[in-house]
Unconditional design. Structure first.
Ligand SMILES: [Zn+2]
Ligand SMILES: [Zn+2]
Length: 195
């Protein structure tokens, strides 16, 4: 599955779209939190909620999830000539998981400073056709909505600002969500199952 020399990507990844939006939001929109950094969640992290729970804190990390609508494209099927309608789908239950860590630290000169880290991951869904796990893609507007949610959530959790619950809540027409093919359902973070 993982090629050693991946072809140059035609369109930016979710992270490549989200990171500059994050930097702009956290550094220029009131209240600003310039000490925060956004990173991709390392693949080796076990995101099973049962392991992470206990007031959502786990070894100093605070976890939160955001529900949005994503588009999924199975490149394996597309490459093998499967028609677009079978190889692509969208889901109103596309889950973004954020792991955050906030602590005082010291730089190389021994100066104390406070830094916050956010690791993000968009859960995959399994292609009905071939079984491959495919990561959801968010369009620009949904990336922006996610970053705005993240800004409010961090403000609330770490600085005590009031929080308004926004974000895509799903629709009744999305009842056909395929639980067995959703990595977020499996890990216990999908909003479909009331998480
Ligand atoms: Zn497929
Ligand atoms: Zn799900």
């Amino acid at each position: 599955m993982l090629k050693k020399n991946p072809a140059p990507q035609q369109c930016p990844t979710n992270f490549e779209k989200i990171e500059p939006m994050f930097n702009q939001e956290f550094r220029t929109i009131h209240p600003i939190f310039p000490e925060w950094t956004l990173e991709r969640m390392p693949k080796k992290i076990n995101t099973k909620r049962i392991k992470l729970d206990k007031n959502q804190m786990f070894e100093g990390w605070l976890y939160g999830s955001y529900n949005t609508k994503g588009k999924f494209r199975c490149l394996k099927c597309i490459k093998s000539g499967i028609t677009d309608s079978d190889a692509t789908w969208s889901s109103a239950y596309t889950t973004v998981l954020c792991a955050t860590y906030y602590e005082p630290d010291a730089d190389e000169y021994g100066q104390d400073w406070i830094g916050g880290w956010i690791e993000m991951k968009i859960f995959a869904q399994q292609c009905s056709n071939c079984g491959e796990y495919v990561t959801g893609e968010l369009d620009d507007q949904r990336c922006r909505n996610f970053v705005k949610w993240l800004h409010r959530w961090i403000g609330h959790k770490f600085y005590g600002y009031p929080f308004r619950r926004l974000g895509y809540q799903g629709k009744t027409t999305d009842r056909h969500h395929l639980v067995n093919q959703c990595e977020a359902c499996e890990a216990g973070w999908c909003h479909y199952s009331g998480n």
